[in-house]
Design a protein around this ligand. Structure first.
Ligand SMILES: [Fe+2]
Length: 203
């Protein structure tokens, strides 16, 4: 059972942020640009008071493609949230050919996911320990048939780990999709494209 709650998404407004640090459960740590999400932030958290990282992606998705599958190099946008380094550490960034890993994640980092379109995200309530460098495991899709999946419904909040297989699914019709992700504490470093939170500069 991965569902831990529900949210009501605000009116769609193409707001976006990526891995923006904030204080979980504290709406005052959210800049005005994302004010519409303050009530969600207040009610939806892994550990209240810990640093968290907020991703909001409100953007149109076209019929027949997944909303968040740009990284997928195989037929299905099946992945784990973190990739595995040859050292056994979990991280993001770097190619494996000399460029550095910018972000390391503790093994026990947890993630909350929600979106506003039923059936647009599947997850499997297992851990895929032997994930790839970038977390893409679309080449092992045979391990994860849809009949074993949890198909997320609109507004449901699900809690997963950094090695939980999940998949952004092709959608049935053009749609203005709202995607919410809260990554818990235990993330070290940052990528240049992470959204800066001016309210968290001192942290
Ligand atoms: Fe993901």
């Amino acid at each position: 059972m991965t569902q831990v709650g529900t949210v009501t998404f605000p009116e769609y407004s193409e707001v976006r942020c990526l891995m923006m640090p904030y204080i979980q459960g504290d709406p005052d740590s959210i800049p005005d640009d994302y004010a519409a999400y303050r009530s969600i932030v207040e009610s939806t958290y892994l550990t209240r008071g810990d640093v968290g990282f907020l991703t909001i992606d409100e953007s149109p998705v076209r019929k027949g493609v997944p909303h968040r599958g740009a990284r997928a190099t195989f037929g299905r946008a099946l992945h784990t949230e973190a990739g595995r380094r040859p050292t056994g550490q979990f991280g993001w960034g770097g190619s494996g050919w000399g460029s550095a890993t910018n972000v390391f994640l503790d093994r026990d980092v947890r993630v909350l996911l929600a979106n506003n379109l039923s059936g647009s995200c599947a997850l499997w309530d297992v851990e895929h320990e032997d994930t790839s460098y970038d977390g893409d495991i679309g080449n092992q899709a045979d391990l994860y048939p849809y009949e074993d999946a949890v198909l997320m419904q609109a507004g449901e909040v699900h809690r997963i780990g950094i090695l939980t297989p999940h998949e952004s699914l092709p959608v049935q019709a053009d749609f203005d999709r709202q995607f919410l992700r809260i990554v818990g504490s235990g993330v070290h470093g940052r990528e240049p494209y992470f959204t800066v939170n001016p309210l968290m500069r001192a942290a």
